[in-house]
Design a protein around this ligand. Structure first.
Ligand SMILES: C[S@@+](CC[C@H](N)C(=O)[O-])C[C@H]1O[C@@H](n2cnc3c(N)ncnc32)[C@H](O)[C@@H]1O
Length: 548
């Protein structure tokens, strides 16, 4: 089969992907129905060769898709976005699409804005630029009288691109920076060993434990958005980028520090499942350049233009629903207790146990005996569904009472536990996180005196629900894993009072007013530490808590 110089378009490729023909005969029947061509594949070998070529391409395409955060915006959406901008009386002379892909934004902009004089498009995947060039040729062949801006297309890495050449040509003309930057995080890229990253890859400046545990994680789209704002927000013009909601939240959050001259900030929520078949929350981020800085964004439904809430800064505090926040801001403060994360072991197969036949069973299905000394019941996020809990489904081995404690001596006394752990030493040695480097064998994290407080008020860090659960001991103290946050108490009464205060409608509404449900982790320690209990019958003197 000779496919040299044959261009197989995206639609054709996705047609074959979707149909996934299981036989030569079936392919020919369906292709005959679709095209009228009799014996589309003359020989069975042609069909097999074609399937093979497609498979190799699919594999490369799938890898590229992840690495390049490649979610091309469909024409209908790019046209709707350009129309929304036109309805705001935006008439750009210069357009910049910093990661233009196959260029649907560029094509829609040419059709929508007759004012355009120059267009700049940058893209790392060459095939897309070729597709765009041929589509432009086709468009202008069909529409010879259409406005024809000068179009500069660069096959280039946006992180290496010298934006001076765009800046030099702006000369006070109205600019529109438009697009949809890659949807991928630096963490994903590092698992792919990809170099598709800006040089300054720790641009969040996360240090120490924060860098290890992910506070330094960022979306490539966030880096590119901030770069655009840094470079162009002093020009006359506008910015319209499709980005994840979490990135929009971060841009508005960082605006306090960055103070970019941007205003009229808007977030228009799209249905990313429908538009991109992607399970993320995303929106069109819009703002005006070269104006007095603003620090809040109005939220709209993209399709109905209906306004919902506003997010952003109020009196030096950040809120997801400004109106609601204003009602409850008297509760904002610093929590008098320290919210803690539960136990982290990164060794679920060996450390998550069930009780069975008087002994234990691990996630590998092995059954064995252990001394009871280091065994504690442990609750995970998914267990925190009830108002009060006093038993656990799972158990774990608490090898240390505080971080860094030597484990060898304790284990000396407990031969069954020691043998079990030693038998699975490899699992501990293979833990990826660098927090375990140089620590005693079988080390765990998220452990301290607070872990062993008998009563706890806890919440899941994985789910978006804001109800708090009271944990009571049942013979022994129950622990929580690192997907949960908790405060420990010595008495039931104290724990119950705090749980009641936290679950009051007023507190719940307050939490909702600054929680971002579309973040990957909506409940964080930072969020919990903002629940100040001001004037709420609590005093903490000399480390002694009084709840009254
Ligand atoms: C989410 S897609 C969107 C494409 C286009 N903006 C659109 O709206 O259809 C992101 C695009 O960024 C491109 N890309 C990824 N990394 C890039 C880089 N380092 N430099 C330039 N383009 C890049 C991808 O190839 C892909 O075409």
């Amino acid at each position: 089969m000779n496919l040299d110089c044959v261009h197989i378009g995206f639609e054709v490729i996705s047609f074959f992907e979707k149909e996934n023909f299981s036989s030569f005969k079936m392919a020919n029947t369906i292709l005959n129905e679709q095209t009228g061509v009799v014996d589309f594949f003359e020989k069975e070998n042609d069909f097999v060769d074609f399937q093979q070529t497609l498979k190799i391409n699919q594999h490369i395409a799938a890898e590229n898709r992840v690495e390049y955060g490649d979610f091309q915006t469909n024409t209908q959406l790019t046209e709707q976005i350009c129309t929304l901008l036109k309805n705001k009386n935006i008439n750009p002379k210069i357009l910049l699409e910093p990661t233009c892909g196959k260029g649907n934004f560029i094509l829609s902009a040419i059709k929508t804005f007759p004012s355009l004089q120059q267009i700049f498009g940058i893209e790392i995947q060459e095939k897309y630029l070729w597709q765009l060039k041929f589509e432009l040729l086709e468009y202008f062949l069909q529409n010879p009288t259409a406005n024809k801006p000068q179009i500069h297309l660069y096959h280039c890495n946006v992180f290496d691109f010298d934006f001076k050449q765009v800046k030099n040509r702006i000369k006070n003309h109205e600019l529109l920076v438009i697009g949809n930057p890659p949807w991928v995080t630096n963490a994903t890229l590092s698992t792919l060993n990809s170099t598709n990253l800006p040089e300054k890859s720790n641009f969040k400046n996360a240090k120490g434990i924060d860098a290890i545990t992910g506070k330094g994680n960022f979306d490539i789209g966030e880096f590119i958005s901030l770069k655009m704002l840094e470079l162009f927000s002093k020009e006359n013009g506008h910015f319209a980028f499709l980005i994840k909601n979490s990135v929009i939240k971060n841009i508005v959050f960082e605006q306090k520090k960055n103070n970019y001259p941007i205003a009229e900030i808007e977030k228009h929520t799209i249905n990313a499942k429908k538009e991109f078949n992607a399970a993320v929350d995303a929106s069109l981020f819009f703002c005006k350049f070269n104006t007095t800085p603003e620090f809040t964004a109005k939220e709209f439904d993209f399709y109905s233009s209906k306004q919902s809430v506003s997010l952003g800064w109020v009196n030096n505090k950040f809120a997801s629903d400004i109106e609601k926040y204003k009602k409850y801001q008297h509760l904002d403060g610093v929590c008098p207790f320290e919210w803690r994360q539960g136990i982290k072991h990164d060794c679920a197969k060996i450390m998550e146990l069930e009780r069975i036949n008087g002994g234990f069973r691990n996630a590998l299905g092995e059954e064995f005996e252990l001394e009871e000394d280091l065994v504690y019941g442990i609750l995970k996020s998914s267990d925190l569904k009830e108002d009060t809990i006093d038993r656990s489904r799972k158990y774990t081995i608490v090898t240390q009472k505080k971080i860094g404690e030597e484990t060898s001596q304790i284990l000396e006394r407990l031969p069954k536990t020691r043998d079990y752990l030693l038998r699975h030493k490899e699992h501990f040695l293979n833990r990826k996180s660098s927090i375990y480097n140089g620590k005693p064998m079988f080390s765990i994290f998220g452990v301290g005196d607070y872990s062993f407080k008998p009563y706890k008020v806890a919440i899941s860090g994985l789910y978006k629900q804001t109800k708090f659960t009271l944990i009571k001991p049942n013979g022994t103290v129950l622990l929580l894993d690192d997907t949960c946050y908790f405060i420990g108490f010595d008495t039931f009464e104290e724990a119950q009072k705090i749980q009641n205060l936290l679950n009051q409608p007023e507190t719940q509404e307050f939490i909702e007013s600054f929680m971002f449900t579309d973040s990957k982790r909506a409940i964080t320690k930072d969020l919990l530490m903002r629940i100040g209990f001001k004037n709420r019958h609590i005093t903490l003197k000399n480390n002694q808590l009084t709840v009254w």
